[in-house]
Design a binder for this molecule. Structure first.
Ligand code: SF4
Length: 215
């Protein structure tokens, strides 16, 4: 079963128009809904699911691989490697040697939104592609959600109300049988302003590692 929308998913008119605009401007870019990034051994190998917000226009929208091509991937992949969820060299290109081992990565909104800001209807519409992912991951134990929007959409995708698992950096909650750890998003803005430090991000993944190993 494919967990990914078609390249021409028509469901969000504003995002379709933005996608078309970028296809015209940059025909060599990916410019389509970004698929789930899965371990080489398949989704069944992943004990962790990282849920991001949406592709960056010059990041995953350009390269076609989640968190690849702009700043956000630098901290995320270094951290996944540090905690044994990935290996290889991340060089911000889909043909680098970086591979996921025990993690998968998905965005709560698969298409790039203008100014990195999806609207509520787009988040709700694209949840149909987030919802089936955990069910296809038999070894899944832990979700790490990056930012409030991704967190709340993931909690809803797991069948709960956001009030059942309030967002907070490092907060953990049991949702739908999984441990969910929320984190500030690893965006350049958050790291430049000091809202998120490398140490704070490591704390989240140390927690995820411990929860994955304990389960
Ligand atoms: S954001 Fe999701 S639902 Fe909306 S057009 Fe893209 S793939 Fe389809």
């Amino acid at each position: 079963m494919s967990l990914d929308p078609s390249r021409d998913c028509p469901l969000c008119p504003r995002l379709v128009a933005f996608r078309e605009e970028w296809r015209a401007r940059e025909p060599d870019w990916f410019n389509a809904p970004v698929p789930v990034f899965v371990p080489r051994a398949g989704l069944g190998a992943a004990r962790l699911l990282v849920v991001g917000l949406a592709p960056g226009v010059r990041g995953a929208n350009r390269t076609g691989r989640a968190f690849t091509g702009d700043y956000a991937g630098d901290l995320l992949y270094a951290t996944l490697k540090a905690f044994g969820f990935a290996r290889g060299e991340f060089e911000a290109r889909p043909d680098d040697t970086l591979e996921l081992t025990e993690a998968a990565i998905v965005n709560s909104v698969r298409c790039v939104p203008p100014e990195n800001k999806p609207v509520g209807a787009e988040i709700n519409t694209c949840r149909r592609f987030l919802q089936p992912v955990p069910g296809e991951m038999p070894a899944l134990r832990v979700l790490v959600t990056l930012g409030r929007i991704a967190h709340e959409s993931a909690v809803r995708a797991l069948g709960a109300k956001p009030s059942a698992a309030p967002f907070g950096h490092g907060a953990t909650a049991k949702v739908g049988g999984f441990d969910v750890v929320s984190s500030y998003h690893c965006s350049r803005y958050n790291t430049n302003t000091g809202r998120l430090t490398e140490a704070m991000f490591h704390d989240v993944f140390a927690k995820a590692r411990a929860l994955a190993d304990a389960a």
